[in-house]
Ligand binder design. Sequence first.
Ligand code: ADP
Length: 167
Amino acid sequence: MALNPRHAVCTGSFDPPTLGHLNIIRRGSNICERLTVGIGINPDKTPLFTPDERLSILRSIVDELGNVEVKCFHGLAVDFVQECGAAVMLRGVRSLTDMEAEFTMTLANHMLCPEVETVFLMASENYTHISSTLIKQIAHMGGSRAGEQLERFVPNEVIEPLLEKVR
Ligand code: ADP
């Protein structure tokens, strides 16, 4: 089956989704016909949110974007991209350190599946410092002001479930 060059897949852990992720998803959805967000399930990692929790939070966040769907997947991201019938893997890059890791990953993915092209979007300047790890630290250590602080980093849909997790 030929892969669709107008269909992109954005994979990640999204544990939890941040405004940085949402920015990449929104911009990706503007430049392709269809965007699938893939939540990778890695049995070696112990995420804060279960795959089902991440799925339901992400679906509520992207609800307003008509051409975006969210799914979970096991295994290699590049295999998931092909299973979706998409020809594009979309990645966001924040820094040169991100770029170095992405460069290696892209070369490996290209060897595994030359039909899939990786496309990078540079993080918007407001979001370059945001990572899921930082968000979890703020939630754990932000005390009574954590909710207020988190508004600057994550979509509203994430705040309550995140505070609930760390309570
Ligand atoms: P992974 O565990 O694969 O790094 P993440 O959930 O951290 O997954 O990220 C998923 C995708 O979103 C990756 O392409 C990552 O580079 C990108 N990303 C993460 N945070 C940001 C951000 N603040 N701005 C832009 N892109 C981001």
